[in-house]
Design a protein around this ligand. Structure first.
Ligand code: C2E
Ligand code: CA
Ligand code: CA
Length: 762
């Protein structure tokens, strides 16, 4: 690859060789003189370019003379290669061939004054050389038609590579300056060194904690890159893993035998890699940021040039890795609140935008809460800013403990915090529970400068999408709500919409009170008679739960039963009702009331408890009620042919209790779903009774239901019978039992007691 190293004696030898060639060819005189002429021209050319290869193309025959130097430049011996144009054509880079031939044509057709090109040609060893080719044409006697083209080859690979290398280098620096993505720059760096050292493959890894992450290695197999991504560094983890760990250069001559590679060589060898030289990448302070690795597919150690390049590559890479670390740090600073480690205002806005977008797409709700400490200024003023900061940190920790990790918590500055709360189901209840958890969690005592404080806060609550559909309006709503809370005297929460706050407070109060009432068994029961149409005697009673609260007054069961279900108190409630009602039944029996049935309402949710039958078993045991006199009233929704429900039905039935379908005709079930169950009683809902006297359709409907139910063997109870007209009609239809205000309103056990039929003692 040396351009100007041919000595005079070598030149003379070349010309002698030419003459020698001539002497061996059997030529006519005329041909001989032409050849001689040719050789002289070659000689002239040879004199011009001392180390040049010569070529001489006969345009009429396409035979080409390639000089020994031409051949040796490309790695061939004198006797190798054909004297044909094809020889050249097969060696020139496919991407350069057309353009070179065009330039030849241009020159021969006088379109261009001279011929000079740079092209890539393949060396015998497979690598490509950059060749500069110059030529002049030889014309025939008429001086019009070119008959030969004679030219030189100069190997300009070294210069060209340096040029390309520095062009790449410049490009990389420009990319760094313009802030291109690191991954793109890493790839460029790899290409730059790989171009300079054919066969080399480069790899850049980033150190994060004690783990190496993929930076760039465009020429290494994807599978290998994936395998090393996330590797933990250590003294014996390949070349890069060890270099990052020790901070020292690691040169592995043979991956197959180097002990450092023993545990990881199975990742590299299948891909052909055999040697790896790695240099740790460090920042100005000497901290290891990653590693740069050079791989070859054969064992070996770097030469001086390669070693220099390893060092210069690392210098370049360190600029980018350093930049990336700083960017990350800046981002962290911008998106986290330094004092508390919570999200910053910027991060909150980003998260909110994202949440709004996803909520819009999937039609979801969520809640934004502003939280502001009460009288924080006093702490700052009296104890100083350090104590204030400490308090803010404590508050942040408390908030983290209160909220589950799926919620975003941010500090907006000062003593203002913001929480994005995801509440899908039972939205209001969830929000209130959370608001109370905040008020309670924050107001635990703290010690600041050895003084005891009870911090309190106020909360403003805004709901997406009702209170604001975009970021500014939602933030404003939460802020307005916060001011409303402060106005109301601090240590409270307020919804953006005033009525929400009232409702929310009411239902929270109700929940708390109900929980307490169930726990302390301060509910009561009323009983409503179920009267036989035939005899006019009371056959049974239905137990109905009642709740009186000193402040809330009488809360109807239609209100508190769903609350008990929601707050998970329905099971103790049912247990209490069962126990009390059954005990009452037993008491009545003991007092001489015979065969009285006791009906108890059972929430559908119990059918999903796999052990609900135990509650009944215990009640029977503890009260001694006659099982056949106990009726469980279940609404239609529990009758749905859900497998779990069915098995509970069967278990209960097996105990010997009666089952009544409550509110029949109002739910979604039908006679069809009853066929899977063994039911004893059908209670047709009051809804049908209300209209029957005036509306013929209702009358027919109720008649049909009664007939059908009776045909299926059910006892028919009609609920909500309030007047004689209804009663008369129902009696005509053959209804068995009536439950309604006409005969008895729900009343206390004592009041009912007087109505009960007793066997008269003889
Ligand atoms: P329900 O099981 O359908 O109970 C019948 C309801 O209709 C009772 O209302 C009763 O007072 C009312 N009623 C009966 N006859 C008449 C009438 O002629 N006219 C009018 N206007 N109303 C009549 P109450 O006591 O308010 O109970 C409402 C619902 O609360 C019950 O409906 C039942 O679903 C539920 N409930 C009551 N106690 C319990 C309980 O202990 N456990 C469960 N799970 N639910 C209960
Ligand atoms: Ca009922
Ligand atoms: Ca009912």
């Amino acid at each position: 690859m040396n351009d100007d190293t041919k000595t005079k004696p070598q030149l003379i030898a070349e010309i002698t060789q030419l003459r020698h060639e001539l002497a061996h060819v059997n030529l006519t005189k005329e041909e001989q003189s032409i050849e001689l002429l040719k050789s002289e021209e070659r000689f002239t050319l040879a004199m011009r370019g001392a180390s040049d290869g010569l070529w001489d193309w006969d345009l009429s025959t396409d035979k080409v003379y390639y000089s020994p130097r031409w051949k040796s430049m490309l790695g061939y011996e004198e006797h190798e290669l054909d004297r044909s144009l094809n020889t050249w054509a097969s060696m020139v880079h496919t991407k350069d061939k057309d353009f070179v031939l065009t330039r030849v044509q241009d020159y021969l057709s006088n379109k261009a004054d001279a011929f000079e090109v740079e092209m890539r040609m393949r060396h015998k060893n497979g690598s490509y050389l950059y060749i500069r080719s110059r030529a002049f044409k030889v014309l025939d006697e008429t001086e019009n038609t070119p008959i030969r083209l004679i030219g030189t080859h100069v190997d300009i690979t070294k210069r060209k590579k340096t040029e390309l290398f520095s062009a790449r280098n410049t490009k990389i620096l420009a990319m760094i300056a313009k802030g291109h993505p690191a991954s793109k720059i890493y790839d460029e760096i790899a290409y730059m060194y790989e171009e300079r050292h054919p066969g080399m493959r480069c790899c850049m890894l980033i150190l994060e904690g004690d783990t190496l992450l993929y930076g760039g290695a465009p020429s290494l197999p994807k599978a290998y890159c994936e395998a090393i991504h996330g590797a933990t560094i250590g003294p014996n983890v390949g070349s890069c893993g060890s270099a990052s760990y020790t901070g020292e250069r690691v040169l592995t001559e043979d991956i197959d035998t180097d002990p450092k590679w023993a545990s990881v060589k199975h990742l590299a060898l299948p891909h052909g890699m055999r040697s790896c030289w790695s240099e740790p990448v460090k920042n100005a302070a000497g901290k290891v940021l990653g590693a740069f690795g050079m791989y070859y597919d054969y064992p070996g150690l770097p030469n001086e040039e390669e070693l220099n390049d390893l060092v210069s590559a690392v210098r370049l890479v360190s600029i980018i890795m350093d930049r990336e670390q700083n960017l990350k740090r800046i981002k962290e600073l911008a998106y986290t609140d330094e004092l508390t480690g919570l999200s910053s205002r910027a991060q909150l806005y980003l998260s909110l935008e994202k949440r709004i977008k996803s909520a819009k797409e999937s039609n979801e709700h969520f809640t934004l809460i502003y939280l502001d400490l009460d009288n924080f200024k006093n702490i700052n003023d009296s104890l100083g800013h350090d104590a204030g900061d400490t308090l803010l940190q404590m508050i942040a920790t408390r908030l983290i403990n209160i909220t589950s990790h799926t919620h975003t918590i941010a500090r907006l500055g000062g003593d203002e915090f913001c929480i994005i709360l995801d509440t899908q189901e039972q939205a209001k209840a969830g929000i209130i529970k959370f608001a109370h958890a905040c008020l309670e969690g924050i107001s635990q005592p703290v010690f600041l400068s050895s003084r005891r404080f009870i911090p309190t806060c106020s909360l403003g609550i805004a709901k997406y999408p009702t209170d604001g559909e975009d970021l500014p309006s939602l933030l404003k709503a939460a802020d307005t709500a916060l001011y409303a809370a402060k106005d109301r005297g601090k240590n409270v929460y307020a919804f953006y919409q005033v009525e929400y706050t009232q409702q929310a407070e009411y239902s929270f109060k109700v929940e708390q009170a109900l929980r307490e009432a169930i726990e302390t068994e301060t509910l009561s029961l009323e009983y409503q008679a179920q009267t036989s149409v035939e005899t006019g005697k009371i056959l049974g009673v239905e137990a109905l739960a009642r709740w009186f609260h000193p402040q809330l007054g009488h809360v109807p069961p239609t209100e508190f039963i769903p609350i008990a279900e929601r707050i998970g108190m329905i099971r103790p409630l049912t247990q209490w009702v069962l126990k009390t009602a059954c005990q009452q039944a037993v008491d009545w029996r003991r007092s001489g009331v015979q065969d009285l049935r006791m009906a108890v309402n059972i929430s559908p949710s119990h059918f999903l408890e796999s052990d609900f039958d135990q509650v009944i078993i215990e009640t029977i045991k503890s009260t001694g009620i006659d099982v056949s006199k106990l009726t469980l009233e279940v609404t239609e929704s529990a009758v749905q042919t859900n497998k779990a429900n069915l098995s509970m039905f069967k278990k209960l039935k097996a105990l010997g209790v009666m089952i009544a379908i409550d509110d029949f005709g109002t739910g979604y079930s039908s006679f069809a779903s009853l066929k899977h169950l063994s039911i004893d009683v059908l209670k047709i809902d009051k809804y049908f009774v209300d209209d029957m006297v005036n509306d013929e359709k209702s009358t027919r409907l109720i008649k049909a239901m009664i007939e059908m139910g009776q045909k299926l063997g059910y006892e028919i109870v009609l609920e909500g019978v309030e007047n004689d007209a209804q009663f008369a009609m129902l009696k005509q239809f053959g209804v068995n039992i009536i439950q309604g205000f006409l005969f008895s309103k729900p009343a206390s056990a004592k009041e009912i007691d007087a109505l009960l039929p007793r066997k008269v003692a003889l």
